[in-house]
Write a protein that binds this ligand. Structure first.
Ligand SMILES: N[C@@H](CCC(=O)N[C@@H](CS)C(=O)NCC(=O)O)C(=O)O
Length: 177
């Protein structure tokens, strides 16, 4: 079988999402670093993998994928037997709802905060624009999910358990800051 291939960058949080699932499932894969600062992701070769010129991109033999959440779901569906199985219609619907909340409501402000507060100073030597950071924090704070994790003992315990999983710890250790 052709090896699975993940094209990404160590400092990319979207790459880390795919890496976490590959690790969680214990899959062997080749990691191909894409030089984002040199613009390799906008070159014709890479655009055949992802026409939007963004990492991660993924290959499983002839199957080419992009979008980190699509890669994660593909891996869970095809390499994690039973992983996506739900006990009921209600459970599978709730899973879909919260997957959407993560990508549509949580991720935009959270990734803007990471990019402004962490990536900008560490990778580009700039200072975080605190007006941007505060505005994005306010978006998170205005949702009914404020203090969702820390204020709820069961959610907090779930968060601590998934954060302690070896697959995630390995993925997090590969992020260079
Ligand atoms: N929705 C995409 C977003 C991918 C994305 O924004 N990747 C960033 C790195 S985290 C990237 O490739 N940036 C390079 C650029 O904008 O040129 C996903 O989840 O895969």
């Amino acid at each position: 079988m052709a090896p699975l291939k993940l094209y990404g960058a160590a400092a990319s949080t979207n790459t880390a999402r795919a890496v976490a699932v590959l690790n969680e499932l214990g899959l062997d894969y080749d990691f191909i670093t894409v030089d984002l600062s040199g613009g390799a992701n906008k070159k014709p070769d890479f655009l055949t993998l992802n026409p939007f010129g963004l990492v991660p991109a993924f290959e499983d033999g002839d199957i080419k994928l992009f979008e980190s959440r699509a890669i994660a779901k593909y891996l869970a569906a095809h390499y994690g037997p039973g992983l996506l199985k739900s006990a009921s219609k209600a459970e599978s619907a709730a899973v879909e709802v919260w997957l959407e909340v993560e990508s549509q409501e949580f991720n935009p402000p959270a990734s803007a905060i990471v990019s402004e507060g962490l990536l900008k100073p560490l990778l580009y030597g700039g200072s975080p624009d605190l007006v941007v950071v505060r505005a994005q924090e306010a978006k998170l704070g205005q949702t009914p999910q404020e203090r969702l994790i820390t204020s709820r003992p069961h959610v907090k315990s779930w968060w601590e358990q998934i954060s302690a999983r070896p697959g995630w710890k390995k993925a997090a250790a590969a992020i260079p800051f």
